[in-house]
Design a protein around this ligand. Structure first.
Ligand SMILES: Cc1cc2nc3c(=O)[nH]c(=O)nc-3n(C[C@H](O)[C@H](O)[C@H](O)COP(=O)(O)OP(=O)(O)OC[C@H]3O[C@@H](n4cnc5c(N)ncnc54)[C@H](O)[C@@H]3O)c2cc1C
Length: 464
């Protein structure tokens, strides 16, 4: 185990203010003191003066649930620590503060041909949040999850000491922190190995499938052929159409694939201004009828088969980022994201989940089915080799709690799990059954943080 240094000298803690916070799903608000330190010394000052009700880090608040909340305690927002401290354009290695966003890394790396190794469905995610949730992208089958591309991070431990953690020198602390949802310490900085690309466009093939069997067969077939692949699934389709989907698969384009006008600047990337969703959407806008219609239109407008379409990074990786605050569309009650994974061989569980969801008319427009590659060693990391299905349900959907309890049961029996960055309602005993390394994680936490300083609304609910 490497030396742990005394850590940054604690500076005076910056001001904090009482703030009501939610996750992206806007369910389960709670009020905490929110402080936004500008440097590690201020973070150390905040930890040293931490309140009894616990402390947790918060990045851009894109986890759907209450993972980055600490009701009655202190939330340390990291987005004021947002410097890219070095970038080597010959190797693609970036070092940065934990509050740097994936969008910032893209803006810094793309001009010299480097892209983030793993991108979730939004680039409005901090590096600290990406490590803490060990996020995955459309390339999990090929590239694994985010922490596999992190050579080191600097962690401020609950006792105020600081260490540079690498997977080689301290695998236990590294892999407890990757996926550990902020419960081992505050990540202050990290190195991220970017991946080389020749252009900033993706060459995309699309296939529309008729049912779940064809969807699964097509997805299985794409594993070896594409770096990125994912299916949008019509979760309300039933009977012979159950699981009908639109599968998009792709890889970064070569300069010769681009339209002549784009070849002049093949690495162009302009995230640009985003449209904002207005405040005050009423509840109930997304319901079985409207989502059923939207799903029908989305499915029908997709081509049966199309090859070689050139898409921008935004269109392929982050379509939802085009509209700021799109989460308001769900109205004041918010929405619950549900994502599970089950091992290969448990295809029947995916089918049953779709039968249960379509049978209950539980409306989700953003429904994604994907195949994961091998798990990494993260104690609480979500991905494992198998099928993952993600859905967004309006929180006010009638019968949703019972439906998701049923799905939990099926997933648990199949040796699967739900995702900690998204879950807002699984029961603690079910969660414990899903994560076999939870006891190891708790043991390490007890060693690092005997006083239980680090805590979130999520960790309290799930007794992590
Ligand atoms: C539209 C959308 C699409 C998404 N798609 C995907 C996807 O495809 N794949 C995927 O894996 N996820 C996906 N997510 C979830 C998102 O990637 C994760 O929740 C991610 O952790 C959010 O990062 P953040 O900076 O917003 O962190 P927050 O949501 O603020 O925090 C998340 C967790 O990280 C911890 N944390 C944050 N910063 C630090 C730090 N410096 N030190 C220690 N702990 C820290 C927090 O305590 C919390 O537990 C998506 C989210 C949205 C909104």
């Amino acid at each position: 185990m490497p030396e742990r240094s005394a850590g940054p000298a604690a500076a005076a803690a910056p001001a904090s203010r009482a703030t009501e916070l939610t996750g992206w799903g806007r369910v389960a608000p709670s009020t905490a003191r929110l402080a936004e330190p500008a440097d590690p010394a201020q973070v150390a000052g905040l930890l040293a003066a931490a309140p009894a009700h616990g402390v947790i880090a918060r990045g851009l608040g894109r986890s759907y649930n209450n993972a980055a909340q600490c009701g009655g305690g202190l939330v340390i927002g990291t987005t004021a620590m947002h410097r890219i401290t070095s970038f080597d354009a010959s190797t693609g290695l970036a070092t940065c503060d934990a509050g740097v966003s994936l969008e910032q890394l893209m803006v810094a790396g793309l001009p010299s041909g480097w892209f983030v190794p793993v991108s979730p469905g939004t680039r409005q995610v901090t590096v600290g949040g990406a490590i803490a949730a060990d996020v995955h992208g459309k390339n999990h089958h090929a590239a694994g999850s985010f922490a596999q591309h992190v050579p080191w991070f600097d962690l401020l431990l609950p006792d105020g000491r600081q260490c540079r953690v690498t997977p080689g020198d301290d695998p236990r602390l590294f892999w407890a922190t990757a996926g550990g949802m902020g419960l081992t310490g505050i990540i202050l900085a990290a190195a991220v190995q970017l991946k080389p690309v020749l252009t900033s466009r993706v060459r995309v093939d699309t296939v529309r499938t008729a049912d779940i069997d064809e969807t699964m067969a097509c997805l299985s077939d794409t594993d070896d052929r594409y770096g990125y692949t994912v299916a949008w699934t019509d979760c309300l389709a039933r009977g012979t159409s159950l699981g009908r989907s639109v599968i998009t698969s792709g890889d970064f384009a070569a300069p010769g694939d681009l339209a002549p006008r784009d070849r002049r600047d093949p690495l162009a990337f302009r995230p640009g201004a985003r449209l904002g969703a207005p405040r005050g959407f009423p509840g109930g806008l997304l319901n079985p009828v409207t989502v059923g219609l939207a799903n029908e239109v989305w499915y029908r407008k997709a081509p049966r088969k199309r090859e070689g379409e050139i898409q921008t990074i935004g269109a392929f990786f982050h379509p939802l980022d085009g509209i700021r605050n799109w989460n308001r569309v769900y109205g004041p009650a918010g929405f619950r994201q549900y994502q599970f994974v089950v091992p290969f061989g448990q295809e029947a569980v995916v089918r049953r989940a779709l039968e249960r969801i379509s049978g209950a008319r539980a409306p989700s427009f953003v429904t994604v089915l994907k195949r994961f590659g091998p798990a990494d060693p993260g104690f609480l990391s979500f991905p494992l080799r198998g099928w993952t299905l993600a859905l967004d349900f309006p929180a006010a959907t009638r019968g949703l709690a019972g439906l998701l309890d049923q799905l939990d049961g099926d997933v648990l029996d199949a040796g699967g799990r739900v995702y900690l960055a998204k879950d807002s309602r699984v029961r603690p005993e079910v969660f414990a059954g899903m994560y076999p390394r939870l006891e190891e994680f708790r043991k390490l936490r007890a060693e690092l943080d005997p006083g239980g300083l680090l805590a979130s609304d999520l960790s309290r609910r799930l007794e992590i």
